[in-house]
Design a protein around this ligand. Structure first.
Ligand SMILES: NC(=O)c1ccc[n+]([C@@H]2O[C@H](COP(=O)([O-])OP(=O)(O)OC[C@H]3O[C@@H](n4cnc5c(N)ncnc54)[C@H](OP(=O)(O)O)[C@@H]3O)[C@@H](O)[C@H]2O)c1
Length: 243
């Protein structure tokens, strides 16, 4: 029976992805900081889908524990999905290093630390799929979120290099660029409905991307073209825009 590890399993996106895989009889490992929420979700998934589900404590910033965390999992996942992220307070981060550092570490250094451990295992087993939820915010830095965006840019580049490195071992790496999604993270933002995906759409896109061995996906197809246009704007004009 196949299994999936969800890092950042309390996120709305992760819950939708977990349900999608459980519905297809995958066993599920829910990893995150909030054990109470994870145990509630674990019980719900076990009863609803009749699969094995476990909840495991995981902090992406606790680098020294990442090897232990992975070694002690009750079973090794065939698919590992890193959903962890932190939007951060852009304004605060410009003057408060702790906020900037937390944004960078939660979106980049932490995910890299745990994915390195998983990648080592998958490379030796010559199988496995690693999925990283990155962001279109990483495709061009903007004044409204360049701490988050630059960390996601680095994460996207890391996933690209990892995909290249693990190809010879038969390990596949998928980069997911969701565009806007209705979740806790964006609850305070006014998102244009036409451009915004639901968590269920993200879950469907992730599952399809794994099955079709896609490399980089945009959850809603038009984000690829929106970002292409944004990237084509000359820097001399871009720097004057309020984005
Ligand atoms: N929503 C969007 O429009 C959008 C767009 C593009 C990309 N994304 C990305 O999609 C992913 C999921 O985001 P979301 O929208 O579902 O937001 P979310 O609900 O805020 O999810 C963030 C997840 O990261 C976890 N997390 C944060 N710091 C952590 C830490 N130190 N250790 C372990 N887990 C930690 C959170 O756990 P806690 O519950 O413990 O805080 C939560 O599970 C993120 O990577 C985000 O950057 C979101």
């Amino acid at each position: 029976m196949a299994s999936v590890l969800l890092l950042g399993a309390t996120s709305d996106m992760a819950v939708a992805i977990a349900r999608k895989f459980a519905a297809d009889k995958y066993d599920i490992i829910l990893a995150g900081r909030d054990m109470e929420s994870l145990q509630t979700l674990q019980a719900d998934i076990t009863i609803r889908y009749n699969v094995k589900a476990v909840a495991v404590k995981f902090d992406v910033l606790d680098y020294s524990q990442h090897k232990n965390f992975y070694q002690q999992l009750p079973f090794k996942p065939d698919i590992s999905i890193c959903i962890v992220g932190y939007l951060g307070d852009q304004q605060k981060a410009t003057t408060d290093w702790n906020e900037a550092d937390k944004t960078i570490a939660t979106n980049y250094s932490g995910p890299v630390s745990i994915i390195n451990v998983i990648a080592e295992d998958y490379a030796s087993r010559k199988s496995g799929v690693i999925v990283g939820i990155s962001s279109v915010a990483g495709e061009r830095g903007r004044q409204s979120n360049y701490f988050y965006g630059s960390a996601k840019a680095a994460f996207t580049a890391y996933l690209s290099g990892l995909r290249n490195s693990l190809h010879k071992d038969g390990v596949h790496v998928v980069t997911v660029l969701p565009g806007f999604v209705y979740t806790k993270m964006t609850a305070d933002l006014k998102l244009p409905a036409i451009l915004t995906a639901t968590t269920n759409e993200v879950a469907i896109a992730v599952k399809k991307a794994i099955a079709a061995k896609k490399n980089v996906i945009y959850v809603k197809w038009f984000w690829r073209w929106i970002m292409l246009i944004i990237k084509l704007i000359p820097e001399s004009m871009f720097k004057k825009m309020k984005l």
